[in-house]
Write a protein that binds this ligand. Structure first.
Ligand SMILES: *Cc1c(COP(=O)(O)O)cnc(C)c1O
Length: 451
């Protein structure tokens, strides 16, 4: 595909440059301190694999605005679709005056989500809103209250989704009280089974049995409306559960009339080399929550799943003023079409091969990489104290900062803050990706020397 902006890394000022610095001053006077930004620079333009700041610096983007701009931040097909839609109408509210785009997105999601059972879709604005509504649907359909979530989970920042999210700082601290009837079960985290970081691991089946036992003993199967899980955890550290864990939970849910909800907000839409991460283990979730990569950066979210569950809700029970906004729907249709045309599922797997082989080689040479993991272009490096397994958030922070100074944007995550995550736009060129990997490797080696 062609790009509007030159696909190159180019640092021409100190960071932040003077224009960014003055925007930072203006910001401090008016923007709430509770909203933090990773980058000290301000964006003027973005396209393909680059973000250009207001001082003319061009950064290689390995974050995609948190797995959102999978097709690029100004993909021409998405831009055309959005322009065409805004020239006709920006909003009528689907609950008042409906339109075709909403239906077309629902049709598309029926096609690409796992399973060929009868499905329905409802559209929303954000991932958190999709998760809240999936829980509403599961409770309504089952007549039960309890929701089971997992260690390291991230599901959003609204009141219910804060309760569903595991990590206190920064997501929950000081923001309680939280919604009731949320229960946390142990996750499968192959690199860190147990509390002693000894690396002893259990199988996915054993981890599922452990979680199921906790649910049965502490909640009771009859009380559980839903199990809600990210098939690959995002903010929690790009944790890929051991094989067999997800199928074990899904089978138990099915046997017990529990709704199995896959939160694919971060992992969905070609990111992991499949339309949805659930597919890697053949899971067919009852409900799937989606957002981030769905619409090329326009705010849109969805719940797609079993028709009998979703249609159990009375008319008027679900919705929202902006849910399924026509401009966002047009962007989603164009983005998904780009994923198909450019075969971005294959591209994600290519990126995995390229990045993992490179990082594995580095991991063998420095003592601070505990594990390189992930699927497709949802990849992570877990940093540890040299030679051991203790989490090393300091190294993660320093590597990200070092890479940024050289013009490469990487994000950190993880319960312990010690994971570097790589989420490049899937349209990034090999040349740009290789340049970014050179910088990342150099950053890792530089930081490893001081550890
Ligand atoms: C980002 C995220 C959410 C929340 O999405 P928002 O659009 O920020 O509300 C929910 N679940 C997962 C897995 C996420 O990564």
């Amino acid at each position: 595909m062609g790009f509007r902006l030159v696909q190159e890394r180019r640092i021409v000022t100190a960071l932040p440059g003077p224009t960014s610095a003055s925007l930072a001053e203006r910001r401090k006077a008016v923007v709430g301190a509770g909203v933090a930004s990773t980058l000290p620079v301000y964006v003027a333009d973005a396209d393909g694999g680059v973000i250009v700041d207001v001082d003319g610096n061009s950064f290689i983007d390995l974050g995609s605005g948190i797995a959102v701009t999978t097709v690029g931040a100004s993909n021409a097909a998405v831009v055309d679709a959005v322009r065409d839609q805004v020239e006709h109408f920006t909003h009528t509210c689907f609950m008042i005056a409906p339109y075709e785009g909403y239906i077309a997105v629902a049709e598309k999601l029926t096609d690409i989500t796992p399973g060929d059972h009868e499905k329905r879709t409802v559209l929303f604005n954000s991932g958190a809103e999709a998760v809240e509504n999936a829980v509403k649907i599961a409770r309504h359909a089952t007549g039960r209250d309890a929701v089971v979530v997992f260690d390291h989970a991230y599901h959003g920042r609204t009141n219910l989704t804060m309760a569903l999210t595991a990590k206190s700082m920064p997501y929950k601290s000081g923001f309680g009280p939280f919604a009731p009837e949320v229960y946390r079960a142990p996750m499968s985290y192959p690199f860190r089974e147990g509390l002693d970081y000894d690396g002893s691991s259990i199988t996915g089946e054993q981890a599922a049995a452990r979680a199921i036992s906790a649910i049965e003993k502490q909640v009771g199967a009859d009380s559980v409306a839903a199990i809600l899980i990210e098939p690959i955890q995002g903010e929690g550290g790009f944790i890929v559960p051991a094989e067999g864990f997800l199928p074990g939970l899904a089978a138990w849910a099915k046997d017990n009339g529990v709704v199995f909800i896959a939160d694919e907000v971060q992992a969905g839409f070609a990111r992991t080399g499949a339309w949805f991460a659930s597919e890697h283990e053949g899971i067919i979730p009852d409900l799937i929550t989606m957002a981030k990569g769905i619409a090329g950066g326009m705010p849109l979210a969805a719940v797609t799943g079993r028709a009998d569950l979703i249609d159990a809700v009375h008319p008027g029970g679900l919705g929202g003023t902006y849910g399924g906004n026509p401009v966002a729907c047009a962007a989603a249709l164009a983005s998904i079409e780009q994923m198909e045309t450019l075969d971005l599922n294959s591209r994600a797997r290519e990126i995995e091969t390229l990045v993992v082989s490179r990082l594995d080689a580095v991991a063998g040479q420095v003592g601070i990489i505990g594990e390189v993991r992930g699927r497709g272009a949802m990849l992570a490096i877990e940093l540890v104290e040299a030679g051991g397994r203790q989490p090393n958030p300091d190294a993660a922070r320093k590597i990200a900062a070092h890479a940024l100074q050289q013009g490469v944007v990487v994000l950190t995550c993880g319960t312990y803050g010690n994971v570097i995550r790589l989420l490049p736009p899937l349209v990034i060129t090999d040349e740009l990706l290789l340049d970014a990997l050179d910088i990342l490797e150099d950053s890792i080696r530089t930081v490893a020397k001081d550890q």
